[in-house]
Design a protein around this ligand. Structure first.
Ligand code: XMP
Length: 308
C-alpha cells in the first residue's frame, strides 16, 4: 500500500532523502527505491562521527542492493572545523545538526530539478517533535526548518504512521540487511556525544578502535541481541598506568551497555566478567593511547544512556 501511495504521490517527479544509515532512514530509502527507483536520490552525509566502518557499510548496502542515485558526501574536515574548541554538549549537538543540514541543503541546491523531500520520521518522532503534547524534546529530532531558497514540491514521510517494530518488519520484507534493520539506536550527533568535551580527529580514531573491539567481542560471544545498546565512551580523562618498564599517562575508555524496553528507563547490562576482561585486555593492548577501561554501572535514571 505504501509503495502504491508513494508512486501516486511522487508520479514522475524526483525525490530526495537524507540517509543516515539508521533504521528509519534506511527503511524509508528502501520503500522509496521500490516505489520510484532512480527518481530517488539518497544523500548520505558522512560527518566522520560514525562507528568504525559504518559509512562504508551503508554505502555498499545501498549501492549494491537498491535502485537509486546514491550520493555520499564526506565532510569530516568541515565538521571538525565547526566543532573546534567547542565543549558544551548542547552546543555540540546544535552545531552537528546544523552542519548536517547545511551540507544536505547544499546538495539539494545542486539538483537540477525540483522534487519532493522525503524524511524517515516515524510515528513517535512526529509526536516528540511537537505534533502531540510531549513537552520535553531533545534538539535532535528529524523535523527541521528549511531555508527559504530551498524549495520542494512537498514532503514525503513513508513511515509517519509506524512504530519502530513495524519499521523493522518492513525493512526485513524489503531485504535490507539485518545489520541495518536491527541496528542499535545511534544518536544523530554520533560519536560527537560520546567524546566528552572538544572533538578531534585523534580522539575519534581512539574511540572508533576501542568501540570496534567491544562490538567484535559482543558479536563473537553472541551477546549482541542481549542488550539494547552497547558502546564505548571517551571521557577524555587521562590516568596514570604502567606498560612494561614505563609509566604511561593516557586515555580512559568507558564501556556503556544497557537493557531497556523503551529507552525512557534503562538498567546497566550484566555483561559476564570474562567478556569484560577480554574486552579490557584487548582495548588496552590493541588501541594506542588507552591504558584503562572502566564499566558504567549506572541505571537510567539517574544516568542517561549517552554520557552527553
Ligand atoms: P539518553 O541518553 O537520553 O538516550 O538516555 C536515550 C536514547 O536516545 C538516543 N539519543 C539520541 N538519539 N540524537 C538521537 O538521534 C541524539 O542527540 C540522542 N541522544 C541520545 C540514545 O542513544 C538512546 O538510544
Amino acid at each position: 500500500e505504501t509503495v502504491a501511495a508513494l508512486r501516486a504521490q511522487i508520479g514522475d517527479k524526483k525525490v530526495i532523502l537524507g540517509l543516515s544509515g539508521g533504521v528509519d532512514s534506511s527503511v524509508a530509502a528502501g520503500l522509496l527505491s521500490r516505489a520510484v527507483g532512480k527518481q530517488l536520490t539518497c544523500v548520505f552525509v558522512d560527518q566522520g562521527l560514525m562507528r568504525k566502518d559504518e559509512g562504508d557499510f551503508v554505502e555498499k548496502t545501498f549501492t549494491s542492493l537498491f535502485d537509486m542515485n546514491f550520493v555520499r558526501v564526506n565532510c569530516q574536515e568541515r565538521f571538525l572545523q565547526a566543532l573546534k574548541g567547542v565543549t558544551d554538549p548542547e552546543q555540540k549537538r546544535k552545531i552537528i545538526g546544523t552542519e548536517f543540514f547545511n551540507v544536505f541543503w547544499d546538495e539539494i541546491r545542486h539538483q537540477d530539478e525540483l522534487g519532493y523531500f522525503a524524511q524517515g520520521t516515524i510515528y513517535p518522532d512526529c509526536i516528540e517533535s511537537g505534533k502531540g503534547d510531549a513537552d520535553t524534546i531533545k534538539t535532535h529530532h528529524n523535523k527541521v526548518k528549511m531555508p527559504e531558497d530551498v524549495q520542494f514540491l512537498g514532503l514525503v514521510e513513508p513511515l509517519c504512521d509506524l512504530f519502530k517494530d513495524e519499521v523493522r518488519k518492513v525493512g526485513t520484507m524489503l531485504g535490507i540487511p539485518k545489520e541495518l534493520v536491527w541496528r542499535q539506536p545511534f544518536p544523530g550527533p554520533g560519536l560527537g556525544v560520546r567524546i566528552l568535551g572538544e572533538i578531534t580527529a585523534d580522539k575519534i580514531r581512539v574511540l572508533q578502535e576501542a568501540d570496534w573491539v567491544l562490538r567484535d567481542e559482543m558479536a563473537k560471544n553472541g551477546y549482541e541481541k542481549e542488550m539494547a545498546q552497547f558502546f564505548c565512551v571517551l571521557p577524555c580523562v587521562k590516568t596514570v598506568g604502567v606498560m612494561g618498564d614505563h609509566r604511561t599517562y593516557d586515555h580512559l575508555v568507558a564501556i556503556r551497555a544497557v537493557t531497556t524496553d523503551d529507552f525512557m528507563t534503562a538498567d546497566w547490562a550484566r555483561i559476564p566478567y570474562d567478556i569484560l576482561a577480554t574486552v579490557s585486555n584487548r582495548i588496552t593492548n590493541e588501541v594506542e593511547h588507552v591504558n584503562r577501561v572502566v564499566y558504567d554501572i549506572t541505571s537510567k535514571p539517574p544516568g542517561t544512556v549517552e554520557w552527553e
